[in-house]
Design a protein around this ligand. Sequence first.
Ligand SMILES: Nc1ncnc2c1ncn2[C@@H]1O[C@H](COP(=O)(O)OP(=O)(O)O)[C@@H](O)[C@H]1O
Ligand SMILES: [Mg+2]
Length: 328
Amino acid sequence: MSSLSMDTFSSDALDQRALSMNQAWGLKQMVSSMTSITTPGTGVGTQAANLDQRHAPVRRCRTITVCGGKGGVGKTTVAVNLGMTLAMMGRETMLLDADMGLANVDVLLGLAPSRHLGHMLDGQCSLQDLLLPAPHGLTVIPAGSGTRRLAQMGNTEQAAVIRAFDELPQPPEFLLVDTAAGISDSVAMFAAAADDVVLVVCDEPASITDAYALAKVLRRDFGVKRFHMVANMVRNLGEAKALHQKLARVTDRFLDVMLDFMGWVPQDERLRQAIRRQCAVVDAAPGSRSAQAFKLLAGAADTWAEPDRPGLDRIAFFSGQAAPATGW
Ligand SMILES: Nc1ncnc2c1ncn2[C@@H]1O[C@H](COP(=O)(O)OP(=O)(O)O)[C@@H](O)[C@H]1O
Ligand SMILES: [Mg+2]
């Protein structure tokens, strides 16, 4: 891991390789767009509509990667419920499952995708073909489970996944990214590509040390300076704040990062019940304590200050949005 740096992901060569990986799909698209121009009844109108789209103001998307280092701390639970709460608030939200090879966002939501990111990388479909509707208007982008092809995905292919979002005709308002456990290049790259990084931590020594290790790698090798901490499976606000202080004590002392307290989610049996029924708790039990907590977390994310988008010096989601925002 330590041999990687931001430069590893910023070279033109990497971009070029990522682009050429999409060539198969690009070619198909080119052919189909040529067909649409020559097909009677779709010619001028389609072109005019495309032109209008090009000139329409492009909406900005806030990208949030959910990670935590340790497995089983609630990363997927937070990503799914935060995403669905934002969708329920009327925010157009996408959730990318980036736990490559052991993806389970679709399982948590009882979805049955027929295609996943592997198909896109093999040129068999576009990102748009993968968009899977989930309850309350949330859109899921599934990754395969038990797929060595995805589990062994390299940096070039990850760059291609991130770049694929630039092809969406209209970005959503929020893109959430659920990541794998550990401090692999995969996790780090998806975190570094987002505007904001949420660290999910629970009150166990291994969770705290793993979250610290991840923050250290992201700061040292990828230049990530700001983290939002969610205390999961705690009993009350006091316990959540104490957990934040434990982690902040070490990050303040040894890393030059900002670790803000985003909020907390209680240990909640109704959340477990919802998981067993393959539903998000915010959907299955909106009055539950955990669902209420997710509302507060979504409210917080909705009001975060405009991100400091480094944009151009590394691979980022919606890199075309690197220019200063005109407001959220
Ligand atoms: N707030 C919570 N209350 C009760 N159980 C929880 C909570 N958050 C997570 N869990 C339990 O922890 C398990 C692992 O959560 P998950 O989100 O899959 O973790 P990760 O993605 O970090 O590996 C869930 O299946 C659920 O049983
Ligand atoms: Mg997970």
